[in-house]
Design a protein around this ligand. Structure first.
Ligand SMILES: Nc1ncnc2c1ncn2[C@@H]1O[C@H](COP(=O)(O)OP(=O)(O)OP(=O)(O)O)[C@@H](O)[C@H]1O
Ligand SMILES: [Mg+2]
Length: 241
């Protein structure tokens, strides 16, 4: 399954995408939904693919340990044989807070090294690893200066920005794209997610995003369409699949 070591940009020697980071304009706007859609798109092309949620807060206690809904959804959307839960979610925090606060409350120190180690294990087993961020791009992981963005930066992952299509998303999307690029990450494109079925002037807002965002639209995910079915709506060529 593995195709050798990752090159710096997350693309293999043949130009195929080997890893992606799924960023979002905010929390609760569809990063997990979009990441699962990307996983299904990869798998429908015969590629082995695995999700990863490096840091998750709001986990629940189970007999197997702390578990997070996002990580479980990514696991379910991953190729079989699936990885272990701990590989896809190395940092599982109980409280539904910003990770730096949940970690502090639980006496956990979030550092990049264990995340990178788990990512390397997954990269060796699957053609592509789809890494979901936590909250928005600048969510703190540890004070004074470790942020969600540093996961993507430290692993040199190409970034897809998921825009939750609702009132206010234009500024969130533009600022996030600006920050991704200012951090030296490659923004390969954006996915619009119809999180609000009542949103007014949707097509005009999507047109505005197409005009102003500095990367191509990779697809628009309709409201209420399951990830497996939405997979065909993604622009696989633009994603390097
Ligand atoms: N296209 C959609 N249609 C309908 N419901 C959606 C859609 N996208 C996401 N949702 C729902 O919205 C909620 C938030 O989506 P999701 O969990 O994917 O967001 P997220 O950005 O990953 O959130 P978090 O910051 O917690 O990781 C979920 O209940 C999900 O089922
Ligand atoms: Mg999520």
């Amino acid at each position: 399954m593995g195709r050798g070591p990752l090159v710096a940009t997350g693309f293999g020697a043949n130009g195929m995408t080997r890893a992606l980071f799924i960023a979002g304009t905010d929390t609760g706007i569809g990063k997990t939904h979009a990441a699962c859609t990307v996983l299904h798109a990869l798998r429908s092309m015969g590629r082995s693919a695995c999700g990863m949620k490096p840091v998750a807060s709001g986990c629940i206690d189970t007999p197997q340990g702390l578990r997070n809904d996002d990580a479980l959804a990514l696991l379910a959307a991953s190729s079989t044989p699936q990885p272990s839960y701990g590989q896809i979610n190395p940092i599982a925090l109980r409280e539904p807070l910003s990770p730096h606060l949940a970690a502090a409350h639980e006496g956990v120190t979030i550092a990049l090294q264990p995340l990178q180690a788990a990512f390397a294990e997954l990269s060796a087993r699957y053609d592509t690893v789809v890494v979901e961020g936590v909250g928005g791009w600048r969510v703190p992981l540890a004070l004074p200066g470790l942020f969600a963005a540093d996961i993507a930066k430290s692993m040199a992952l190409p970034v897809i920005l998921v825009v939750g299509l609702r009132l206010g998303c234009l500024s969130h999307a533009l600022l996030t794209a600006e920050a991704i690029q200012a951090d030296g990450c490659q923004l390969i494109g954006w996915i619009g997610n119809r999180i609000d079925p009542q949103m007014a002037a949707v097509d005009e807002n999507i047109g505005t995003l197409r005009t102003l965002l500095p990367a191509p639209c990779l697809g628009i995910l309709p409201y209420g369409l399951a990830a497996e079915r939405a997979a065909s709506l993604l622009d696989r060529v633009a994603m390097g699949f």
